[in-house]
Design a protein around this ligand. Structure first.
Ligand code: 3PG
Ligand code: MG
Length: 461
């Protein structure tokens, strides 16, 4: 086994990290042996197209840099081994599915990320500008980028950071626009590395590109894929807490997670929807079609009794603030069939101290959290209490996942969040949606973006 640390390769340059010939890295044992790893790529003087999930910007500002920080080892590894970096990420959802139009706005630009990276790495990144149309976004990567690639290869600049991938017409397209974009992207680089665990949707920059370039999993991707095992094969009792704004997108993973858990706690609109189905009530903002979907889970749970009711909830007349006399705590014990409720915007913190909920959270050996309980920024009290109660269970493996989950965890408990980053009792996944997707697939290597790395590789080397 090669020593971990600096060593000399055949070119006489220093190499940090694993010797590629000898081992695949510390996580390799839990990774699919067919998954091509960054450590195995020949990077010397190669232009490397690196897809990351730096989707951390809201209204032009970085909310939490965690998703950027976890990709720094990959960037360092690439540059240190002689690769030249072209980085890309999506930010937000600038494509409007209804109107089929892309809105290009500084709110969703990569500029804040680039400024942060430059401060951290002291490397100059250049963001190229491309012509865009009013509705369709950027149709082509025009050849003006060749100058930049030239400067990149000759080391005049440290890296190129492409504009938001979702500003490109081809990113989410499935036809001609996608093909055109992917070929243009592939033309920029020699090697493709995917380090964007959180970006599980198969788009041009996360999936199709792997058909055209030798493709490898980055270091963050490898860590996430090996840690997700703790959710797939959890220690028991295993409690999952899942919340979200829409029931329909979570129904698939919820059904699968239900099979795996000993207890399930729901929050947000998902919980409201479940309550409507279970108690035959209506709650403002909950869609009838979603209630139909939730009935299946209610039926299933009549027998298995895994879903824990959070008994006290916060009802509010408005969504935009916490106004005196406009919100109140209600109890599910008082629910009457047919009754209509206003917005349910949070869980009353006392719910987490109530009998079965507290007991389950304090006796669990593994807890997975992909949840913000209340409507932020005003209704944070339920989430804050949830984090506290989970932390009190010092023996449990605590697995938090997802951009929103982590951002809110950090803003409510900054000290605890920083401890969690280094604590073996916590693991923070960059993508909550991806972890749910993995649970749905039953296998981390079943993710389309990972399959693309495995399948699309060999014939291109
Ligand atoms: C996220 O923030 O959840 C990921 O970056 C994925 O974003 P998406 O759900 O818009 O694809
Ligand atoms: Mg998300």
């Amino acid at each position: 086994m090669a020593p971990y640390g600096p060593e000399s390769n055949n070119n006489g340059t220093l190499q940090i990290g694993y010797s590629v010939d000898d081992e695949r890295g510390s996580n390799a044992a839990s990774l699919d042996p067919k998954l091509p790893l960054l450590q195995e790529a020949d990077l010397r003087d190669k232009v490397v197209l690196l897809r990351v999930d730096h989707n951390v910007v809201k209204k032009g500002k970085i909310l939490d840099q965690y998703r950027i920080d976890v990709t720094l080892p990959t960037m360092f590894n690439i540059v240190q081994r002689g690769g030249r970096l072209i980085v890309m990420t999506h930010i937000g959802r600038p494509f409007d599915k209804k109107n089929k139009s892309i809105t290009i706005s500084s709110d969703d630009s990569v500029d804040a990320v680039v400024a942060y990276l430059q401060r951290k790495l002291r490397i100059k990144f250049v963001v190229p500008e491309f012509h865009h149309s009013d509705k369709d976004g950027i149709l082509d990567i025009d050849t003006s980028i060749n100058w930049l690639i030239h400067d990149l290869r000759s080391r005049k600049i440290g890296g190129v950071y492409l504009p938001n991938t979702r500003w490109f017409a081809g990113e989410e397209d499935k036809g001609e626009k996608m093909e055109r974009f992917v070929v243009q992207l592939a033309g920029l680089a020699d090697v493709y590395v995917n380090d964007a665990f959180g970006s599980w949707q198969s788009h041009a920059s996360t999936y199709h590109i792997a058909k055209y370039l030798p493709s490898f999993a980055g270091l963050c991707m490898q860590d996430e894929l090996s840690n997700v095992k703790a959710v797939l094969e959890p220690k028991r009792p295993f409690v999952a807490i899942v919340a979200g704004a829409k029931y329909d997108t979570k129904i698939g993973p919820l059904t699968e997670i239900y099979k795996k858990v000993d207890k399930l706690i729901l929050g947000g609109v998902i919980y409201n929807t479940y309550l409507c189905a279970k108690y035959d009530i209506s709650i403002a903002g909950v869609q009838e079609s979603d209630i139909d979907l939730a009935r299946g889970l209610v039926e299933l749970d009549k027998k298995q009794k895994k879903v824990l009711d959070l008994p006290l909830l916060v009802e509010s007349d408005t969504l935009d603030g916490r106004y005196k006399n406009k919100f109140r705590t209600i109890s599910i014990e008082e629910f009457q069939a047919g009754k209509e409720y206003k917005y349910i915007v949070d869980v009353d913190p006392a719910s987490f101290e109530s009998g079965e909920v507290r007991e389950s959270l304090s006796s669990a050996k593994a807890i997975f959290v992909n949840a913000v309980m209340g409507l932020m920024p005003h209704f944070w009290h339920g989430t804050s209490k949830m984090d506290e109660v989970i932390d009190r269970n010092t023996g449990a493996q605590k697995l938090f996942g997802g951009g929103d989950t982590l951002q809110v965890f950090k803003s409510l408990h900054p000290g605890l969040y920083h401890e969690a980053l280094d604590s073996p009792k916590y693991y923070l996944f960059t993508g909550g949606g991806t972890v749910l997707k993995v649970i749905e697939e039953g296998n981390p290597f079943g993710l389309d973006t990972v399959k693309a790395l495995i399948n699309g590789h060999k014939d291109k080397l």
